[in-house]
Ligand binder design. Structure first.
Ligand code: NAP
Length: 247
C-alpha cells in the first residue's frame, strides 16, 4: 500500500485512463475524489465498487474548464476525504480537424478543457498543499504534445502547453515540497482512440517498438509511481509511456 492514507483528486475519473488511475490509487490505500462530466450513474457505480473500510472514493460533477468548479472540487475533497495530497489532471477531450477547417470554438473548447483545467485545479490545490508542505501533482499530457500531429492543432497545443506548465510549476513549487510531473501516453486503448479504424491502428502499431497499443493500466502504474515516495527526487519531468514510440 504505497499510498496508504493519502488523499487525491483525479479529474475525469469514470472512463478510460482516469478510471484506471482512480482504481490504482484506491488499490494502494488512497482515498479519491474523482470528477466527471457526463454520467451520474457511472460515478455512483464507481463509488460503490471502490469504497471500502480503508478508502473513500467519491465522485464530484464538475466541468474541468471551470475555474470556480475546480475550487469547489478541492473544498469538497477537504470536507469529505479530509485533505488533498495528490492531484491528477487527467480530464481531456479531442475535437480533431485540419487547421483550415478548425473553428475558433473548437480550438478554445479543447484548450480550455485540457490545458486551462490544469491551471484551474493546480491553483485550487495550492492552498492546502503549500499549507501542509506536501504535494504530488501529475498532469496527463501526450506524446503528440512533443512531436505534433496533423489534424490535432488544438489538442497538440493543449498537450504541449501542459508540458510547459508542468515545468514552470515544478520550479515554483519545489521549495514547498510539491513535485509536479507529466505523463505523456502514446496510443492507449480507450474511447478516445476507439474511433480509429483498423488501418489507422496498423499504422500506429508499426511505429511502436513494443508491438501493442497501451492499456489504461500502463498509464495508471506510472502515475502511482510518481505519486509515491519512490519518486520524491523527481520533479519537472515528462515520463513517456508509449511502448517506445517516441525516443
Ligand atoms: P476518454 O476515454 O475519452 O475519457 C476522457 C475523460 O475526460 C472522461 O472521464 C471525461 O469525463 C473527461 N472529461 C473530458 N472533458 C471534460 C471536462 N470538460 N470536464 C471534466 N471531465 C472531462 O479519454 P482517455 O483516453 O481516457 O484520456 C484521458 C487523458 O489521457 C486525456 O487527457 C487524454 O488527452 C490523455 N491521453 C490519452 C491518450 C490515448 O491514447 N487514449 C493518449 C495520450 C493522452 P466524462 O466521461 O464524465 O465526460
Amino acid at each position: 500500500m504505497k499510498l496508504a492514507n493519502k488523499k487525491a483528486i483525479v479529474t475525469g475519473g469514470t472512463r478510460g485512463i482516469g478510471n484506471a488511475i482512480v482504481r490504482e490509487l484506491a488499490g494502494n490505500g488512497c482515498s479519491v475524489v474523482f470528477t466527471y462530466f457526463s454520467s451520474d450513474e457511472a460515478a455512483r457505480l464507481l463509488e460503490n465498487e471502490l469504497t471500502s473500510d480503508n478508502v473513500k472514493v467519491l465522485g464530484f460533477k464538475a466541468d474541468a474548464a471551470s475555474f470556480a468548479a475546480a475550487q469547489e472540487t478541492v473544498n469538497y475533497a477537504i470536507q469529505n476525504i479530509g485533505g488533498l495530497d495528490i492531484l491528477i489532471n487527467n480530464a481531456g477531450r479531442t475535437k480533431d480537424n485540419l487547421l483550415l477547417r478548425m473553428s475558433e470554438q473548437d480550438f478554445d473548447s479543447v484548450v480550455n478543457a485540457n490545458l486551462k483545467s490544469v491551471f484551474n485545479y493546480t491553483k485550487a490545490a495550492l492552498k492546502p498543499m503549500i499549507g501542509q508542505r506536501y504535494g504530488k501533482i501529475v498532469n496527463i499530457s501526450s506524446v503528440v504534445g512533443i512531436i505534433g500531429n496533423p489534424g490535432q492543432a488544438n489538442y497538440v497545443a493543449s498537450k504541449a502547453g501542459i508540458i510547459g506548465l508542468t515545468k514552470s510549476n515544478a520550479k515554483e513549487l519545489a521549495s514547498r515540497n510539491i513535485n509536479v510531473n507529466a505523463v505523456a501516453p502514446g496510443f492507449i486503448e480507450t474511447d478516445m482512440t476507439g474511433k480509429l479504424n483498423d488501418q489507422q491502428k496498423e499504422a500506429i502499431l508499426s511505429a511502436v517498438p513494443i508491438k501493442r497499443l497501451g492499456k489504461p493500466e500502463d498509464i495508471a502504474k506510472a502515475v502511482a509511481f510518481l505519486c509515491s515516495s519512490d519518486a520524491d527526487y523527481i520533479t519537472g519531468q515528462v515520463l513517456k509511456v508509449d511502448g517506445g514510440m517516441v525516443m
